[in-house]
Design a binder for this molecule. Sequence first.
Ligand SMILES: [Zn+2]
Length: 281
Amino acid sequence: MREVRGFAHYPTVTLTIALPWFRGRRVPPADRSQARFTRVLKSAVAGTRYAREYDRGADGYAQLPRVDLLEFLCHTERYAVANQKVPRERLFYPLGEAPRTAVVARRVEETRRVRRFSGLRAEGLAAYGPHVLAAPLDALRAARAEPVAHPPLRNALIVFTGVLEGPLTPQDSDDLWRRYQVPVFEQFLGMDGELLAWECEVHHGLHVRESAAHFEGAEGDRLLVSFLANPRLPVLRLETGLTGRLVSEPCPCGDSAPRLVDMRRRTVRRATSVMAMAATA
Ligand SMILES: [Zn+2]
C-alpha cells in the first residue's frame, strides 16, 4: 500500500521539475515549418531575381507560383543569391555512427571514419578498404560493366540521387544488391548536395528531412520541392519532374518525418530533354 502511494506521488514531483524545461524548448512542428518558409521567402525576395515580384507577406506555399524545372536548370543564376555558400554537411549514416566510409564525388565534411574520393576508381580508395561506400547513382550506373575496384563492402551502400539523376529504380536496387551484396540506402540530395530525404532500414520510402526540404504533392502525383536550408538557392515550389506520394503514417523505424514513396520520373522523354538542355545551357 505504501509502495503504491509512493509511486503515485513520483510523477507529480517529476512534472514540477520538467515542465518549465519543456515549455521553453518545445516549438510545435507547424510553427517551425512556418518560420522556415518565411525565412526562405524573405531571402528569395531580397536576394534573387526570380522572386522580386513575390508577395513578401505570403504565409503559405500555395500562394506562390511554381518554378519550372527546365527554366530553373537553364537559368540557375536567376535563382541564386550572390556570394552565398552552402555549408558543408556531414554524411548522414542511417544506421547510427558511420563505419569506415568512402564518399565519392560529394563535398561532405571528412571525419576520422569518413573520407572523400573523387571517383570510384580514385587513387587510395581500394587501399582504404571502405566498409561503406556512398556514391552518386550516375557514377554507380556508369561503373556497372567494370569489376569492383575495392575489397567487398561490409555494411552498406549509400546511393545519392536527386532531381537530375532521378530516384533509384527497382532495377537499380537489384543490380546494386547483386554487385555489392550489402543493403542499399538511397539519399535524395538538393542542387548543392544537401540532404533532402533519406531511406531508413525499413526501406519503405524516403524520410523527408524537414529542416532542409518541403515536398508538396500536386495533380497527377507530381512532386514540388522547396529548398529550406540552401542559402545559395532559396527556391520555393520547384517542379521536380518526378511523381510520388507523401505518406505521413508512422514508420516502423520510429522516425516521425513524412515519407516519399513510389518516386519516379514523369516521362523518360522529358527527363532526357531536361538533361540535354541543362548540359547545353
Ligand atoms: Zn523509417
